[in-house]
Design a protein around this ligand. Structure first.
Ligand SMILES: *Cc1c(COP(=O)(O)O)cnc(C)c1O
Length: 330
């Protein structure tokens, strides 16, 4: 069975497990786990931000990041198929008490004209205030699409003028970095707060980080504990993330090549496959997924007529070639 349902399916390698076993640990709620602290400082530095906070999931990192810039009763604008809107089970509304309005753009891109037309500054008694705009890079449900740096910079400068904040869901920002060669710090500069995941293509078993100012991270540390996310000798997990940053970033290029190979076999323009995700329009998505599984390739339906497949660390070139031929024949 070749499993292309998600890049979260990767299992820690032997070398990663050895790094976990060696990790120095302490009680992180006391701020005394040196491996966690080092990872937080390292990741904050990579993006040119002051601080970062290790979280069990990307969803928690996103909730903490968005809540640091959007208060209850305020709104965040995002693209209509954004992970924060579709795939976090309403956490931002249920936990933070914010509202969302969305724009819809092909490939999940930044539509500055739409954002400008929706934007609501503080208008007193009548309108919900837009406190932040959220963007997702790469964009998961848009097929791993990269948001061009120029568009992000235009959003940043508009947001500064308008007086609103920018949140970046960078669960797969590493993929955008490898696909385009854009320095991570350039992505960091366009965002006030961000979330990045170690447990997607990077292959760690668990772990994400919220990244932002020292004040925002301090506040998020309190909220994380309130949500039950204060963790103790968690350096064993942070060590897996540090190992992934050392060894699994550049190799994402292989995943991208594998995804392009499969996309091409399915008749897509290979130039439309930016990174490690391929989304194909199929009117019979659920039935197609079932037939693929029978033929030995697991993929997922992400909408009534959308199937998604994701390449990752545990998918070899030979696996990708076999998946391409199986899926093309179906
Ligand atoms: C996976 C993902 C997250 C976080 O997911 P968790 O499963 O909670 O770790 C956030 N944003 C995007 C775009 C994702 O793909």
């Amino acid at each position: 069975m070749i499993d292309l349902r998600s890049d979260t399916l990767t299992k820690p390698t032997d070398a990663m497990r050895a790094a976990m076993a060696r990790a120095e640990v302490g009680d992180d709620v006391y701020g005394e786990d040196p491996t966690v602290t080092a990872l937080e400082e390292r990741v904050a530095g990579m993006f040119g931000h002051e601080a970062a906070l290790f979280t069990p999931t990307g969803s928690m990192a996103n909730v903490l990041a968005v809540a640091s810039v959007v208060a209850p009763g305020q709104e965040v604008l995002c693209e209509s198929s954004a992970h924060i809107a579709r795939a976090e089970l309403g956490a931002h509304g249920a936990i933070t008490g914010l509202t969302m309005r969305t724009w819809t753009a092909p490939r999940g891109q930044v539509d500055l004209a739409a954002i400008e037309s929706m934007f609501a500054p503080d208008m007193g008694m009548y309108f919900v205030r837009t406190a932040a705009v959220s963007v997702e890079n790469t964009h998961n449900f848009a097929g791993g699409a990269v948001l061009p740096l120029d568009d992000l910079r235009a959003l940043r400068s508009w947001a500064d003028t308008a007086g609103t904040k920018v949140h970046l869901d960078g669960a797969r920002l590493w993929n955008a970095h490898v696909a385009t060669g854009t320095p991570l710090a350039d992505y960091g500069r366009v965002a006030d707060v961000m979330a990045v995941c170690l447990s997607k293509g990077l292959g760690a078993p668990i772990g994400s980080l919220m990244v932002g100012s020292a004040d925002a991270v301090l506040e998020a540390r309190v909220r994380r504990k309130r949500m039950g996310g204060g963790m103790r000798q968690v350096g064993v997990l942070a060590a897996a993330g540090a190992y992934a940053l050392d060894h699994h970033v550049e190799r994402l290029a292989d995943d991208h090549a594998h995804a392009r190979l499969i996309g091409e076999a399915l008749g897509l323009d290979p130039a439309s496959v930016d990174t490690n995700i391929v989304v194909v329009d199929r009117p019979d998505a659920a039935a197609f997924v079932a037939r693929a599984a029978e033929a030995g390739v697991r993929i997922s339906a992400v909408g009534p007529r959308a199937v998604r497949l994701v390449t990752h660390l545990d998918v070899t070139r030979a696996d990708a070639e076999r998946a391409a031929s199986v899926l093309a024949s179906l």
